[in-house]
Design a protein around this ligand. Structure first.
Ligand code: OGA
Ligand code: MN
Length: 217
């Protein structure tokens, strides 16, 4: 790539992150297509499948520390936390992009996003995640949720939509977002009630949270 092309691409990326941050400020959630290049999405998906095949995923739970438990009635997906010290090149590229996004959101929303944590998630056919908020009880550190979808082909008959409740006092008001590869959904973790509808095909994603500095209360 020429230096002009690199500069253009950087500008385009800034613009994309800027739009995302403005939508987040405006309504509490945002959807961005092609957040990362298709080749990188495919690489992340291939690696996720490989890690799943070698039993590196575990049943996701609810809560933290002593209150952690696996409750299949609430969620039945499997996850693998990303540890930056053991990440693949593709996963590091994802983390770099999210660091760029963190800085733009901080400049736009003054949220004081400080840390980031993320896990790969796999929803085998028949699995789901019931309605919930992402802030853990007695721990308000999670401020912004970012879900990046990795399935390059997904159709409405595959289910697995993210149901985002847009009005906390009316459960009939929601948006359903298909988990299409490259699509990134961000929302305010404390505010947006959401659920993952049952998936009928293997559904892959990376879910990450920007967190505040405030220690656990
Ligand atoms: C979560 C979650 C949504 C999705 O992992 O907490 O709600 O669409 N994920 O995968
Ligand atoms: Mn969630």
């Amino acid at each position: 790539m020429s230096s002009e092309e690199i500069a253009l691409q950087a500008e385009h990326t800034l613009d994309k992150y800027g739009h995302l941050a403005l939508a987040l400020a405006d309504k509490g959630w945002s959807v961005t297509e092609d957040f990362l290049p298709a080749t990188l999405i495919k690489q992340l998906a291939d690696e996720a499948r490989e890690a799943y095949g070698s039993n590196q995923f575990h049943r996701a739970g609810v809560g933290r520390g002593k209150s952690f438990s696996v409750k299949r009635g609430i969620r039945s997906d499997l996850i693998k936390w990303l540890n930056p010290a053991q990440c693949t090149t593709a996963q590091l590229q994802y983390l770099d992009a999210l660091e760029g996004l963190r800085q733009i959101i901080n400049r736009t929303l003054y949220l004081g996003l400080f840390e980031f944590e993320a896990h790969l998630a796999i929803y085998p056919p028949g699995t789901y995640y019931r309605e919930h908020l992402d802030q853990i009880k007695n721990d308000g550190r999670r401020l912004v949720t970012c879900v990046l979808y990795l399935n390059t082909s997904w159709s409405s008959s595959d289910g697995g939509q993210l149901r985002l409740f847009t009005n906390p006092s009316d459960k009939q008001q929601y948006e359903e977002i298909m988990p299409i590869g490259g699509r990134m959904v961000c929302f305010l973790s404390s505010r947006m009630l959401h659920a993952v509808m049952p998936a009928h095909d293997e559904r892959l994603s990376i879910t990450g949270w920007f967190k505040s500095y405030t220690p656990i209360s």
